[in-house]
Design a protein around this ligand. Structure first.
Ligand code: 5GP
Ligand code: MN
Length: 332
């Protein structure tokens, strides 16, 4: 991190700190936010954590998650915390556009920003930037950040659990290429500090509703293969979501079924949004197929080489046609 020594010096005396993560927070976003909050609080800092909107039910077991403020629910409380802060940590995103309306509040602050993130092409808004796209998760970076600050002694069961969660979810349970020997060494330290690997997996993954399983059935029936392009895609429309009492997070991981088909290197899921006039798209790939570039180029999105997101304001069938047209320009 540039200016690391200066940041370390600032953090050696109590500060007023805000931590903010991206919209539609995932396990890595929630885990890194809480781990950092709990660690900094132990050092005597005043810390408020903010998410732009709520996170899915399957993350509601996470220690201390009930203290995170939802910007869309308590705007003035969040605005006050941001104005009160002299340091704002932004976690697990590389550009203000990823955190929605909260960014408006940043225009009024004189606080210095600290970015900790593993997405490609980081924006340059932070005085202190710790950006590393080789990292599998922001949670792993939080561990290394604590290590660099010489404060690994703050690790306890709750913090270890939060860090474990984000590493687990962002590495696809330790299988994506960004999972390294160092990642496993970090995991060993987290288990030593009290993280219960079995419980964390069960509480996160073994909590499916019957409706979600049925919706997965619909998604799998809607699976299409374009063999020339080694591509598979899934679509879900509003009616299908509503018929299965769709809850936030229910479609998490569906796209991986498309990628699990033999010979497929590029997988996509198109999901009609229930509350906005758009199609949300998730891209996944294997090996050198770069979905970050694809999502940026055609779908106003981005992410990582093997996992990215984007959106389209055309309707579902137009979006899929446009996708097929652009896909045909590529050979994997
Ligand atoms: P997901 O498909 O699970 O929503 O997102 C996959 C990855 O791409 C995540 O790391 C997420 O943060 C990132 N991502 C999703 N949507 C966008 C987007 O619109 N822009 C950028 N830059 N990244 C995105
Ligand atoms: Mn992440």
């Amino acid at each position: 991190m540039e200016n690391f020594n200066a940041l370390q010096k600032i953090l050696s005396t109590p500060q007023s700190i805000c931590i903010i993560t991206h919209k539609n927070p995932d396990g890595d976003a929630v885990g890194s936010t809480l781990a950092l909050q709990l660690g900094l609080q132990q050092l005597g800092h005043k810390v408020t954590s903010i998410v732009p909107n709520d996170f899915p039910e399957f993350l509601k077991w996470v220690p201390q998650q009930e203290h995170i403020l939802r910007y869309n629910k308590s705007k003035s409380e969040c605005a006050n915390a941001i104005q009160d802060a002299n340091l704002i940590f932004t976690l697990d995103f590389n550009d203000f556009s990823r955190c929605g309306d909260v960014a408006e509040e940043f225009k009024k602050t004189k606080a210095d920003f600290v970015m900790i993130d593993h997405h490609q092409q980081p924006a340059k808004y932070a005085k202190y930037t710790y950006s590393d796209s080789n990292m599998g998760s922001t949670c792993e970076m939080i561990y290394h950040f604590f290590d660099q600050l010489n404060i690994l002694h703050v690790l306890n069961k709750n913090i270890a659990t939060c860090i474990y969660l984000g590493i687990m979810t962002d590495t696809g349970s330790f299988r994506f290429p960004a999972t390294t020997n160092i990642t496993h060494q970090v995991i060993a330290k987290l288990i030593e500090a009290g993280a219960n690997n079995t419980e964390i997996h069960q509480q996160t993954f073994d909590v499916n509703s019957f409706e979600r399983m049925q919706l997965l059935g619909v998604a799998l029936k809607n699976l299409n293969v374009i063999s020339e392009q080694k591509t598979a895609y899934i679509h879900l429309n509003k009616e299908e979501l509503n018929a299965h009492n769709y809850q936030k997070g229910d479609t998490e991981g569906f796209v991986n079924y498309a990628l699990s088909l033999q010979g497929i290197v590029f997988a996509v899921i198109f999901i009609e949004s229930l509350d906005e006039d758009l199609i949300k798209i998730s891209f996944r790939s294997k090996g050198e197929v770069d979905v970050n570039l694809f999502a940026r180029k055609y779908f106003n999105g981005g992410g990582h080489k093997n996992a990215a997101g984007g959106r389209s304001t055309q309707n579902l069938s137009e979006t899929i046609s446009f996708f097929k047209e652009k896909l045909s320009l590529h050979q994997f």
